[in-house]
Design a protein around this ligand. Structure first.
Ligand code: P53
Length: 476
């Protein structure tokens, strides 16, 4: 093997809520993303009680892909995309989430979008739930702490699998389901699971309960999807930030292993259809009594995923400390800075080798095909007076990561399906709500305050990525 396989899925990735806008068009309901204001590096996005006047909600308009997708897809086709990863906004199909019948206008929008992709030779890759669940499910049901959400999600999945089965082959259930391992902060519990915590509430068992219901919902969706059409490839989606020990001290190594357990057990359940023993022992030690039924266990066993989709932006590091004798990992307090790598302007550690490590880690553990469905460099771009953007730093980042990804395939024998860099067109940052944290090959004229023409233009990285695809990754 000398390079990427024929049919390798080069493309780009986005999520509905971060680019579509049109937040009330075609009968769409409010999602959790619609009640989050703009923040900044070090300033959390505010989660408001509903949509309040006078607040800046960047996802409401986003980059107006809802009205401009035909032109945007043409630019993706010009780069040579084989695939395009986006999500179906749940709230376009079930505006409140608990309806019995879907909203036809929402279904039609995605029919049109997928038809347009296919016309251009671009295969849609679809996430079912990407940080945009119906807000009504938060206010009426408490989000995924409520078992009823399984039924609502499965209905949504069944409707869209049935409707799009001949247009969409590659699916993923829950985007970065494991982000909520970071349960002390408000962002991930809310975006992953629609969880809002009461002051003083013991957050950790609530997170495990919500994740359990999501994993059951995911497994049921996988099973139903395969029944609807055995051709469908349905994967999970994991945020991979491999956690290194700060040193080779044995307890640092154990700490790193425990940290990997606590952040990646979600993958075990998706792939193997059962909980890893270390987590069951942890629940027992902590006295967490979760609602996990025999039927749930059976559902998990019968709905194992076909492939592992994952995002990779950065690696983490951790170390053992004297006040933590059990070497328990707490994502809010256990991470340390890695002295061997650089950081982005948002503090994300830049580590291309970590991508090769991650690919090997996944393949060693699970022996399933892998799909890198996000990777990229969030940076401040400067548009010159002639309209150009010289984003050489983005080219450097991506080229270094693709080079390591190639080693994982060619030298290490990892089975890799494709690569879709994140935010292939500038969009609203999930973490901060900013426009100025840009990832795209395509610049969008809009700033953090919402000013700008929304005009699109090609950055330097546009032609570079076009060449990468044209040469199937041999010219970086
Ligand atoms: P932003 C944290 C860590 C890794 C990936 O992120 C993450 C997050 C959440 O911020 O999210 C994924 O926009 C996510 C995308 C998101 C992208 O990474 O905060 O799947 O929705 O936009 C980049 O820079």
């Amino acid at each position: 093997m000398t390079g990427f396989k024929a049919g390798f899925l080069w493309g780009g990735a986005v999520a509905a809520h971060q680019l579509e806008g049109g937040w009330q068009e075609g009968g769409k309901g409010a999602s959790v993303a619609d009640v989050m204001t703009a923040g900044a590096h070090g300033v959390s996005r505010e989660i408001t009680n509903g949509v309040l006047p006078g607040k800046n909600y960047p996802n409401h308009e986003a980059i107006d892909f809802y009205h401009r997708y035909k032109d945007d897809l043409k630019l993706f086709a010009e780069m040579g995309y084989k695939c395009f990863r986006t999500s179906i906004a749940w709230t376009r199909i079930f505006p409140n989430g608990d309806e019995l019948t879907p909203n036809e206008a929402g279904l039609q929008f995605y029919d049109d979008l997928f038809d347009e992709c296919l016309k251009l030779g671009i295969e849609p890759v679809i996430t079912l739930s990407h940080f945009e669940m119906p807000y009504h499910l938060v206010t009426e049901y408490g989000g995924w702490r409520n078992r009823k959400l399984i039924e609502f999600f499965v209905r949504f999945a069944e409707v869209v699998f049935t409707r799009y089965q001949h247009k969409v082959k590659y699916w993923m259930t829950f985007n970065e389901i494991n982000n909520q391992a970071n349960f002390h902060e408000d962002f991930a519990p809310f975006t992953n699971s629609g969880l809002k915590y009461a002051p003083g509430e013991d957050r950790e068992p609530v997170m495990y309960q919500a994740a359990h219901y999501e994993l059951v919902a995911s497994a049921l969706a996988v099973k139903i999807g395969h029944e609807i059409n055995p051709q469908l490839q349905i994967g999970c989606m994991i945020a991979m930030c491999p956690i290194y020990p700060l040193s080779c001290a044995p307890n640092d190594m154990m700490m790193a292993m425990n940290a990997m357990h606590r952040r990646y057990w979600f993958t075990d359940v998706h792939v193997r259809g059962k909980y890893p023993q270390h987590l069951l022992n942890y629940f027992e030690r902590r006295g967490f009594e979760l609602d996990i039924t025999e039927e749930d266990r059976q559902a998990l066993a019968e709905g194992c995923v076909d492939y592992i989709g994952f995002s990779y932006y950065m690696s983490f590091a951790t170390k053992a400390t004297a006040d933590n004798p059990q070497l328990d990992y707490d994502e809010t307090t256990s991470l340390v800075s890695n002295p061997y790598v650089q950081k982005s302007d948002w503090g994300w550690q830049i580590d291309p080798v970590g991508l090769r490590y991650s690919l090997n880690w996944f393949y060693d553990h699970y022996q399933l095909p892998l799909f890198i469905v996000e990777n990229g460099f969030g940076a401040i771009d400067v548009q010159e007076s002639d309209g150009t953007v010289n984003d050489q730093y983005r080219i450097d980042y991506l080229a270094a990561h693709i080079a390591e990804m190639k080693k994982a395939v060619v030298e290490d024998g990892v089975d890799l399906m494709g690569y879709t860099p994140w935010g292939c067109i500038d969009l609203v940052s999930a973490g901060t709500g900013e426009m100025k944290k840009r990832y795209g090959f395509i610049y969008v004229d809009k700033d953090n305050e919402g000013n700008g023409t929304l005009a699109r233009s090609r950055k330097k990285s546009f032609a570079w990525y076009q060449k990468v695809i044209a040469t199937n990754g041999s010219e970086l």
